[in-house]
Design a protein around this ligand. Structure first.
Ligand SMILES: Cc1cc2nc3c(=O)[nH]c(=O)nc-3n(C[C@H](O)[C@H](O)[C@H](O)COP(=O)(O)OP(=O)(O)OC[C@H]3O[C@@H](n4cnc5c(N)ncnc54)[C@H](O)[C@@H]3O)c2cc1C
Length: 402
């Protein structure tokens, strides 16, 4: 086989791809990243970055650049269930706040950081084929717009290429824990809708919506309905988008005083995990694990994958561990970390009313600041749903309420 030019080739340069490439290049490996997009580039995302992902940006020495864009901190997550609101602190003493930098801002910083670390970054380069030799992925084929087809070879090819991953299509990995599309979500950016550092979510009859602040004094407002109504509401989604806020009259009133500054964008997504590695290939971010956006976990999960896979591949590239052992650890750690949140995300995305026991628990949480902080932290990926809903924790919450 021809010799590899690169240790690692990464397809996709956003939240999963660029940090992975950056971390590997910082360890001295030869890395190529390609993306068909040219940056700055927007993508469908409401870009809430929970405190543990903020911690990753800090650890990677990129947080200051994000903050320099003027993106405001979010120190409170508030969940309005109608009769009561649970409002708590999403973070920890060390990492107390979330941010929601626009993807035009965040992804550019990540791409630049990869380049500055020594990664060769090719923007506007679309991968059309995966090179597979003797059962192993050995490279990519693709081209820049109007350019000729080129082949590049790497010891491993990473698919950080999102939901419609070209690499996943080529290697057809096992897919598991699949769930159908559950929620149709629509969002737009609004001015004159001050949030005072709050993420606000509203849970109503067959509707859920939320708002939080981003760059340029704008507020992102997202909401949705069950996927079964997707087709019926599709032709008239703007009316349905605006009508849902009337289920929370004070919020609807605030919105009437605000101005919509963008078109309304919408989508619905499937839910699945994939076996994320095989001979010569690895999947990270959305290409390996995809879930509904209602819990805003995508960037957090992409950053976790980036760190985990960069650490594992470094061990393999330096001869410390076999590829399969390092990547099996990545898969098992990923699945263990995400499964409770994956299930909770699917429950929330179904927009079914909470079962009676959960409703009682939420009522008991309301007003108990420590429990409300924990509830916020579950939604911020700081506390596992498994720990929050553990019998002893639930008993403690009920005891405090009685
Ligand atoms: C409506 C909505 C709202 C969301 N809100 C949030 C939120 O608030 N917070 C949050 O954390 N997450 C949110 N997410 C999820 C989040 O956006 C994703 O999880 C995240 O973008 C995944 O990052 P990624 O790098 O894995 O993939 P992507 O961001 O999808 O990037 C993949 C990249 O690969 C490139 N690519 C693909 N194929 C090729 C090819 N063949 N050749 C070259 N390049 C290719 C694409 O151009 C793209 O740049 C939301 C998602 C949706 C749909």
């Amino acid at each position: 086989m021809p010799e590899s030019t690169y240790d690692v080739i990464v397809i996709g340069a956003r939240c999963a791809g660029s940090p992975t490439a950056m971390l590997l290049a910082r360890q001295g490996h030869r890395v190529l990243v390609v993306d068909r997009a040219t940056f700055p580039s927007d993508t469908i995302s409401t870009h809430l970055v929970h405190p543990p992902a903020v911690a990753a940006l800090r650890r990677w020495r990129l947080l200051d650049q994000v903050l320099a864009t003027g993106c405001p901190p979010i120190d409170t997550y508030a969940f309005d269930f109608g009769p009561f609101t649970i409002a708590g602190a999403p973070g920890t003493d060390a990492e107390p706040v979330a941010y929601a930098p626009r993807r035009t801002v965040l992804d550019q910083i990540l791409v630049d950081a990869a380049r500055e670390s020594g990664v060769e970054v090719r923007e506007g380069f679309g991968v059309t084929d995966i090179v597979i030799e003797a059962g192993s992925v050995t490279g990519i084929q693709g081209r820049t717009k109007g350019g000729s087809t080129v082949t590049e070879r790497g010891r491993v090819v990473i698919g950080a290429d999102g939901l419609h991953s070209t690499l996943a299509r080529a290697v057809t990995p096992e897919q598991y824990a699949e769930k159908p599309k559950l929620l149709a979500g629509y969002y737009a950016y609004w001015s004159d809708l001050p949030m005072d550092g709050r993420f606000e979510a509203y849970v109503r009859d067959e509707r859920a919506f939320a708002a939080w602040p981003t760059n340029d004094d704008l507020t992102v407002v997202i909401g949705g309905w069950p996927f079964r109504d997707f087709e019926a509401n599709r032709a008239d989604f703007e009316r349905h988008y605006l009508a849902m806020f009337e289920q929370a009259p004070p919020f609807a009133e605030r919105l009437r005083k605000a101005n919509r500054e963008s078109r309304i964008v919408g989508t619905a997504v499937p839910n699945f995990l994939r076996k994320p590695y095989g001979p010569g290939w690895v999947l990270i971010g959305d290409s390996g694990y995809h879930k509904d956006f209602i819990t805003a976990m995508g960037i957090h999960d992409a950053f976790r994958d980036a760190q985990s896979v960069a650490d594992g591949l470094h061990e393999w590239l330096t001869g410390a561990r076999p590829f399969d052992a390092a990547m099996a650890d990545y898969q098992s750690a990923r699945d263990q970390a995400v499964m409770p949140m994956y299930e909770l995300t699917a429950e929330l995305a179904s927009l079914e009313p909470p079962p009676p026991e959960l409703e009682k628990l939420l009522q008991a949480v309301h007003g108990n600041q420590a429990a409300m902080d924990d509830f916020a932290r579950v939604n911020a990926a700081v506390m596992s749903p498994a720990d929050f809903f553990a019998d002893d924790n639930v008993a403690r919450i009920f005891a405090a309420a009685s």
